[in-house]
Design a protein around this ligand. Structure first.
Ligand code: PGA
Length: 254
């Protein structure tokens, strides 16, 4: 049985004081909101990881980062390595978020190098894919997702792929308040699962959690999470308040 995975992507938000307030709020409510089979992850900005790791020690909340270099170390100004993330207590890392693709020119090739690097070093990647509005309107959703999955997972073995999480995030639904309908999301999740079965095998495809992301909030989470192939949520805006993040955690029911 796949777990439900709810991850909060804080993006470029919250300083140290705000980090403390949000995490304390989440810790206070998580025991009553979370079911045993639900995994809860927070992905603060790099500057908050160390503090978050301290606050979350011994709790049920897991720590992730929002990005990672494909290099091990060296002269790469502004970059953060897998080793630094692990040393600070991260178990997860978001790879290939659409904002990295759109605003920082990340290509499928670069994303595949980051995926390999994370998997080689036992970090669990949350691998993001998703189409833009123009691509959807042109009927290209399936082609775009196929290319992103083939490209981003190039060189990843079946054994490695078994440890990843996937996130389907239609770009037109991110931060716009426009959520994909449960049916629209379920349709793409099903396509993703069959692509994984083609590229790896059907046992692996059935075991990988696929999150939906894009304007998830407490009001729409239960309907999305009730779909057969939707195994969690990658949450942006609504993860910045303990109440709404916990509301989403509480809607997960498997
Ligand atoms: P959103 O962001 O929930 O604010 O739409 C989701 C994401 O980008 O991961």
């Amino acid at each position: 049985m796949r777990p439900i995975v709810i991850a909060g992507n804080w993006k470029m938000n919250l300083d140290l004081g705000e980090t403390r307030t949000l995490l304390n709020g989440i810790l206070q409510g998580v025991a009553s909101a979370r079911k045993e089979s639900t995994h809860v992850i927070v992905c603060p900005p790099f500057t908050s990881l160390s503090l978050a790791s301290e606050i979350l020690r011994g709790s049920a909340i897991r720590l992730g980062a929002q990005n990672m270099s494909h290099h091990d170390n060296g002269a790469f100004t502004g970059e953060i390595s897998w080793g630094m993330l692990k040393a600070v207590g991260c178990r997860y890392v978001i790879i290939g978020h659409s904002e990295r693709r759109q605003f920082y020119g990340e290509t499928d090739k670069l994303i595949s190098l980051k995926m390999k690097k994370a998997l080689d070093h036992d970090l669990i990647p949350i691998f993001c894919v998703g189409e833009t509005l123009e691509q959807r309107e042109r009927g290209e959703t399936e082609t775009v997702i196929t290319n992103q999955i083939r490209g981003g997972l190039e060189g990843v073995s079946t054994g490695e792929a078994a440890r990843m999480i996937l996130a389907y995030e239609p770009v037109w639904a991110i931060g716009t308040g426009k959520t994909a309908t449960p049916q629209q999301a379920q349709d793409v999740h099903k396509v993703i699962r069959s692509l994984l079965a083609d590229q790896f095998d059907s046992t692996l495809a059935a075991s990988i959690p696929i999150q939906y992301g894009g304007s998830v909030k407490p009001e729409n989470a239960s309907d999305l999470l009730a779909c057969d192939d939707i195994d969690g949520a990658l949450v942006g805006g609504a993860c910045l308040k303990a109440e709404s993040f916990l509301g989403i955690v509480a809607s997960a029911n498997r």
